[in-house]
Design a protein around this ligand. Sequence first.
Ligand code: GLN
Length: 443
Amino acid sequence: MDPVTESLGELHGRLSGLTEGEVASYIPQLAGADPADFGLALTSMAGHRYQAGQADTRFSIQSVSKPFVYALALSDLGPAEMLRRVGAEPSGEAFNAISLEPHTGRPANPMVNAGAIATTALVAAAGPAERSARILDWLSAFAGRRLDHDEEVYASEAATGDRNRALAYLMRSAGSLAGDPHVVTDTYFRQCSVRVTAADLAVMAATLAKGGVNPVTGRRAVSQDVAVRTLAVMATCGMYDGAGEWLLNVGLPAKSGVSGGLIAASPGRFGVAVYSPPLDPEGNSVRGVAALTEMSARYALHLMHAPVHLTATVTDTVHAARSARERAPGERAALDRDPRRIAVVGAQGDLEFTETEQLLTAVQAAAPATPGGVVLDLTAVTAVGSGPATMLARSLAGLEARGHQVAVALQQPFLEQVDAHPGRWVATREEAVAWCEDRFLDG
Ligand code: GLN
C-alpha cells in the first residue's frame, strides 16, 4: 500500500471512534444520514487520487458549493465589482445569521448563507434555468466529472427554506440582492442539492490548490487570480464562526457544509475532503475538523509555516571560463593572452524570490572586479516567476553598466519570452561563454 493511502487509512481507523456531534436534522434527507459514514479523500497536484472509508458515498454538497460559485461569480464580475456586492470580512456569526452591513445591506462574505445567496444571484445568465445549468457545469468542471442534483434534497430545501428566503428579502429591501428573492433562493437550493462524493470534493479542492487547473483532467477551470481570491475567502470565512480558530490551529483554506462535507486546500500540495455527517455546534463536521487538524500538523501544512527550501539554487561557480569553440590560431592566442575573465554561475529549479536572491548574490560575488564576462547558466532552471524575472533583468543591466559582457543560457521555451532583457540569451553555457569571447575579440 502506498504511504498516502496508508496514512489516510490510519487516520480513518482512529477517528472512526470519534462519535461526538449531531447530524443535521432540518430536512429528512440529512437527518437520515448514517452518523458512522466516514470518508477521506486526497488529490495530489499530479492528479493522483487517494482515499479511505466511504469516499464514494454520495451526499448533497450544501455549503461546500459556496466557494466554487463565488469563483464563478468572481470570474463573471471581476474582483472590484464582486467586492462591491459581497464583502470579504469574517462575520463571527452562525452560517445563517443576518450578516449584513448596516447601511448598504451588503452581506459580510460569500461563505455564509446571506453572502452565498447574493453571490448565486450574481452568476451571469439569461434566467434561473440557465443560471442553475451554469452552476452545475461549473461544479462539474471542478470535479472533473458530470455531477447531478439530488431532487429530493432540493425539494426539501425548498419546502423548509424560509429563513434563507427571509435573508434574501432583507437583502432585496436593502438593495443588495440582484433579482427576485424567491427565484434566487430556489437557484441556491438547487446549488446546495448537487450530489458529490468525498473523492469528488478532493479533486475540486485540488483544483483550487493548483491555481485553478484541475490536476486530474489537466483543464483550467478558473484563472489563477480567481483561485487565489477564492482560497483567501475560504481561509478567513470558510468555517463560519469557527473560522478564526481554524486558521490558528489548522491554517488552511477550507469550507464545510451541513451535510458533513469538508474540504481544505493546501496550495501547491493537494486538495483534501472529508465526509462525516455529525457536526459540531459551529456546523462543521467533527471528524472532518479532527482529521484536518491532524493532517495539517503531520505534514506541516499551516499557511504561515515557512516553506523549506530543499534544493540548492546555485549548482556551480566557475571563476574563469573559456569555451572549446574552434578558432583561428591567432584568435585562440589572443584569447589566451586576454586577462579579462568570464565568470559562470549555474542555477537549477524554480526561481522565486528566495532562489533569485540567492542566485544574484552568487553572481555579484563571482563577477570580475574589472570589466570581463558574466555568464548565467540557467539551463537547469524550470520556471521563473515574473517578479524574479524583473530582479534578474535589473541585475544583468547593472552588470552591463559596469562594462561586463553578459550572457544567459536557458531552456528553449524560455528563450522566446525573454528577448527584451539585457545581455545575450542563448541555449547553452558553451554558447554563452563563446559569445563573451567573441565580444572580447571584437574589441
Ligand atoms: N442548504 C443549507 C442552508 O442553506 C446549506 C447550509 C450549510 O451547508 N451550512 O441552510
